[in-house]
Design a protein. Structure first.
Length: 487
């Protein structure tokens, strides 16, 4: 394989080759740290890199700080049913994830599909202290500041439809091309230039942002990239399988199965604190002074975690700036156990979009497939405020907020579980949220190899996003290393 030739065609060919192999080439466990490649991080990207490297016959070691694999794919099994805390769902357009899961004997399901309450469609909206139960009610809601036909659009649809209509990207992978640099401005700047008022921008882009903290902090180009990717996923959706789905047993079954299928050493609880590129190889040290040496390394750590690692390698100033400065989105979640079917009393939908500290409200299924939890999902500045509070205080505040929004929940919800990705040192947030100018300024250097050190991870993906982007990045990095080791 020649350098820099990785693309989707290569991915398909490589995957087919891997499937056709009679057996994965078994490598003897390396003695004396005699590894070809150290993979830092056992999330989907690191595991996929290891899979490809091992299949090609390299001696690999995976170094993972946590005591479990999966990273931001985490399925909580101490609650009723399996509750996804990170990567929530995939579609049939997730070619690499779906084929890997199928190859490893995993299957898929659509949570709540068989339950009449959970499968009920529709979202209520609660803004400026008043609830609208459906689209009609929202059209005449006093806080609906849209004009004419736009009044029938919910705030998140108003943003989504605007981005879809204005999107200059034909395909998602063009997002880093210099010709789109003029779109690498803040979302607020773009919306304002198109005639949106400050109040509209606050409602559609500062309230419950999926990316970043708000309209001023996120690049409009990031929204265009994401929209182009989703458009392609919709086009790719195979007939017959529902729009989005999860893995039976929890999405974390995939990284677990990938790890189980590997023959290489996986060192859990090994926190990389220093990565040193030397003439003889890469040396990775942990805080206890233990070291692992390999000819090359792939670093798949999220940028927020990587910022805590000393890198003695010839990485560029721009790349160091990227590691330090690219923000991550936030999600703060609390699971409230449902003790009585409150929806029978108010008839409102399962899902709420609110401008309160609680953000959005969702219901999730327990082990019996019936509603078990009402879950708050706060993002952006709302999540930042909750993160400052002790857990008990945050949960009490959220419970009071839900009871105000939806009085039928009074006395029938019990706070059970809080999870905040930005409070997790090994994640530092949910996913990269490129700020204005960063895609153009920092994007091209984000995954640039530095001699023996290579980079993977969701933030380095070029074609896909989320879990599929992580898979793609691991594969790309694996072939970059193979090119280097093969000379
Ligand atoms: C709330 C939430 C919802 C999401 N929803 C979706 C969705 O619906 N669909 C979708 O496609 N994607 C979704 N994603 C994104 C998806 O989960 C991630 O993009 C993907 O899992 C990232 O994989 P990764 O391998 O790049 O990084 P990670 O999974 O973060 O893996 C990196 C690994 O490095 C380890 N590590 C960190 N620091 C060190 C260190 N110093 N030494 C050693 N190891 C270290 C970490 O513990 C981790 O295991 C969501 C993410 C979140 C958080």
């Amino acid at each position: 394989m020649t350098k820099n030739t990785w693309n989707r065609r290569h991915f398909l060919a490589a995957s087919a080759g891997m499937l056709a192999m009679p057996a994965i080439i078994r490598t003897a466990r390396a003695a004396n740290n005699d590894y070809d490649v150290a993979v830092l991080g056992a999330g989907l990207s690191g595991l996929n890199a290891a899979r490809h490297l091992e299949a090609a016959g390299y001696r690999v070691v995976i170094l993972e700080a946590r005591h479990q694999v999966g990273g931001r794919v985490r399925s909580e099994d101490t609650l009723n049913g399996i509750q996804e805390l990170g990567g929530q769902s995939l579609t049939s357009g997730y070619a690499s994830m779906v084929s890997t899961a199928e190859e490893l004997g995993l299957s898929f399901f659509s949570p709540g599909a068989g339950d009449p309450v959970l499968s009920r469609r529709g979202t209520a909206i609660h803004v400026s202290g008043k609830t609208a139960a459906d689209r009609d009610a929202w059209s005449s809601h006093p806080a609906n500041m849209f004009v004419g036909d736009n009044k029938t659009q919910f705030p998140w649809e108003r943003l989504r439809n605007f981005i879809a209509a204005e999107n200059p990207l034909q395909v998602a992978q063009d997002w880093q091309k210099p010709r789109y640099a003029n779109q690498d401005v803040s979302l607020a700047q773009l919306l304002s230039a198109q005639g949106f008022s400050d109040a509209e921008i606050k409602l559609i882009a500062d309230t419950n942002p999926t990316y970043g903290d708000g309209a001023h902090e996120i690049s409009a180009l990031m929204h265009f990239y994401n929209a182009a990717w989703i458009k392609r996923l919709i086009e790719l959706m195979a007939n017959g399988r529902s729009g989005s789905f999860q893995i039976v047993g929890g999405n974390q079954m995939l990284p677990k199965a990938m790890a189980n299928a590997l023959n290489c050493d996986i060192r859990l609880g090994f926190e990389a604190k220093r990565i040193s590129n030397t003439a003889g190889g890469i040396i990775v040290s942990n805080p206890n002074g233990e070291t692992v040496t390999a000819k090359s390394a792939i670093c798949s750590l999220p940028l927020k975690a990587l910022a805590n690692v000393t890198i003695d390698a010839p990485i560029s100033k721009t790349q160091r700036t990227a590691i330090k400065n690219i923000p991550y989105s936030r999600v703060h979640q609390v699971f409230f156990e449902i003790q009585k079917p409150f929806w029978e009393h108010d008839g409102l939908p399962n899902t709420f979009w609110t401008d309160t500290i609680a953000g959005r409200l969702f219901m999730s299924a327990g082990a019996d497939g019936k509603p078990a939890y009402l879950k708050t999902w706060a993002t952006g500045r709302q999540a930042a405020v909750l993160d400052q509070m002790p857990d008990k205080e945050a949960m009490d505040l959220l419970l009071g907020t839900i009871e105000t929004i939806r009085p039928a929940t009074k006395g029938v919800l019990k706070p059970r579980y809080l999870w905040s990705w930005q409070q997790e040192a090994y994640s530092g947030g949910t996913y990269a949220a490129w700020g204005p100018g960063q895609i153009t300024g920092l994007g091209p250097s984000i995954a640039a190899p530095a001699d023996r050190l290579f980079f993977a991870g969701e933030h380095t993906a070029k074609l896909d996003r989320g879990m599929e982007g992580a898979m793609e990045s691991g594969e790309r990095a694996a072939y970059e290393v193979i090119d280097r080791l093969d000379g």
